[in-house]
Ligand binder design. Structure first.
Ligand SMILES: Nc1ncnc2c1ncn2[C@@H]1O[C@H](COP(=O)(O)OP(=O)(O)OP(=O)(O)O)[C@@H](O)[C@H]1O
Ligand SMILES: [Mg+2]
Length: 250
């Protein structure tokens, strides 16, 4: 469904992605993991044209998309939805209005029908009682779930989740996990999930791609990643402060 081939991306001469190869099959839940700043968000932003490759190819459903003009991405963004790392809702609209917006804009649905659909989707993420609140009146975790509901309104074929459970309590985090798994299992949605949440990673991933120094250092099922004999992978998944892994910053 999605393939990145030999992708290079640098910012101001500083390379972030270096010859990155990654594939995600239809209906698969692929997790992208790796230390902060390694390029996880950068990787998925390329899939909806928010960033452009310096070199390499990006394929969506058998079609090469990396060199398409901006207007072609409008159609792609209906099929490939993204839940951004910081929940992004419009402050001047209620939660239900936020979620109804894509339906009105792209689905050309009438206001009442769109709001009814929005309420149903907000119920799915446990926000039925908050549909008429404004984002400022919600907690971070609620806004995050609202952003997830909004990303799903146009029934996308692919959903890119950037840290969907970060900042959520364990119960709501597991609910989001279940929602992602059900999207894949019941609706055949392809999900790419950037996450630091080891509980969700090992609970719902079909495969895990571990990013390190610009490329995919290891990719496999949760069992394969757990059993990896790569000391860098082991240091990361065990969360050890010292080891062979080179991390910028500290
Ligand atoms: N638009 C941009 N302009 C310049 N540099 C950028 C831009 N976007 C990302 N970067 C840089 O690219 C690198 C990777 O960023 P990215 O956001 O992908 O990290 P990440 O793996 O998602 O980290 P985190 O886990 O903290 O979210 C960082 O060094 C960041 O500063
Ligand atoms: Mg990020």
């Amino acid at each position: 469904m999605i393939e990145l081939r030999g992708v290079h991306k640098a910012f101001a001469g500083r390379p972030v992605l270096v010859d990155l190869d990654l594939r995600c099959d239809r209906g698969e839940v692929l997790f992208i993991i790796g230390t902060s700043g390694v390029g996880k968000s950068v990787t998925i932003k390329h899939l909806v044209g928010l960033l452009r490759v310096d070199a390499g190819e990006i394929w969506l459903d058998g079609r090469r998309i990396d060199a398409l003009p901006e207007r072609a991405f409008h159609a792609i963004r209906r099929r490939v939805a993204m839940v951004f790392q910081g929940a992004t809702l419009f402050d001047s609209m209620t939660l239900a209005e936020n979620v109804a917006l894509p339906l009105r804009k792209h689905g050309r649905m009438r206001a009442a029908a769109a709001l009814a659909d929005a309420r149903r989707r907000l119920d799915e993420v446990g926000l039925a009682d908050f549909v008429d609140r404004y984002p400022a009146e919600l907690s971070d975790g609620m806004r995050k779930r609202g952003a997830i509901a909004r990303a799903l309104t146009l029934d996308p074929e692919v959903v890119l989740f950037d840290e969907p459970t970060t900042g959520l309590d364990p119960i709501n985090a597991r609910r989001v996990d279940r929602l992602i798994r059900e999207l894949a299992d019941r609706r055949g949605v392809t999900a790419i999930v950037v996450s630091h949440d080891l509980a969700s990673i090992f609970a719902i991933a079909d495969r895990i791609a571990f990013l390190y120094q610009g490329g995919v250092r290891a990719c496999g099922t949760p069992a394969e990643i757990r059993g990896s004999d790569d000391p860098v992978v082991q240091q990361f998944i065990q969360g050890r402060a010292s080891g062979p892994m080179e991390t910028p910053g500290f």
